[in-house]
Write a protein that binds this ligand. Structure first.
Ligand code: MTE
Ligand code: MO
Length: 212
């Protein structure tokens, strides 16, 4: 019997919670992950290309192993459920910024819209600057994981990935594609830009999991 979407979703959430349990025990002692130092202002870190995508032309394509592939335009994105979440941001180059206040669409709501199949295990992200990255699918079910269009009450600036970027605070920040244009659901994992250059397929700051 193939699993229903609801059964699949609770299996992903269980996996995400199990993976997070070790991280939670470390986090309960120190908010700053191992090897990180604090910065006050969010730096800009990317490949040096800052694509300008007006909201009127903006699209996000969801492809691959999903029951309902969609291409969202800006009004369709804004019609999805919205949330505000404050989370810490950890870059693998060792800086962290506490309390980023993100506003946007929970990735869990996106999953509910497209319904990844039972075969889907990973997400592969493509961005307008040519950047790519990958995460396990279960990471998207975390309540803090989102598609963010607003940071600290202001529309996300182009340097920080506006109009829309991925935020997955449980992983290093390189896993969150700025200027995201496609999310592809897959049965097998594939390396993105930094993963091809030696960085980890998972990238969990709490496990100091930087290199693959
Ligand atoms: N499209 C795209 N997304 C990206 C990157 C990039 O080069 N291109 N860099 C990643 C890295 S390494 C980090 S630390 C964060 C930095 O986000 P910020 O510039 O808003 O601080 O974006 C991530 N997402
Ligand atoms: Mo980074």
């Amino acid at each position: 019997m193939p699993k229903s979407y609801t059964e699949r979703k609770s299996a992903w959430a269980e996996k995400m919670t199990a993976r997070g349990a070790r991280a939670d025990s470390i986090r309960s002692k120190d908010r700053l992950p191992p090897g990180q130092h604090l910065v006050q202002k969010l730096p800009v870190l990317d490949l040096g290309i800052h694509p300008v995508v007006p909201r009127a032309e903006w699209r996000l394509e969801i492809t691959g192993l999903v029951e309902n592939p969609v291409t969202l335009d800006w009004p369709a994105l804004m019609a999805l459920s919205q949330q505000e979440k404050t989370s810490d941001f950890h870059c693998v180059t060792t800086w962290s910024r506490y309390d980023c206040r993100w506003h946007g669409v929970p990735l869990a709501a996106l999953l509910d819209l497209v319904r990844p199949t039972d075969e889907a295990k990973f997400a592969f992200y493509r961005a307008h600057d040519g950047y790519t990255t990958n995460t396990p699918l279960d990471a998207l079910t975390h309540p803090d994981a989102m598609l963010a269009h607003t940071l600290d009450g202001e529309p996300l600036s182009v340097e920080h990935g506006g109009p829309l970027r991925v935020i997955i605070p449980q992983l290093y920040a390189w896993k969150g594609a700025k200027w995201v244009k496609q999310i592809d659901f897959r049965a097998s994992d594939a390396p993105g830009y930094w993963e091809e250059r030696g960085y980890s397929m998972l990238g969990d700051p709490w496990l100091n999991d930087r290199f693959g």
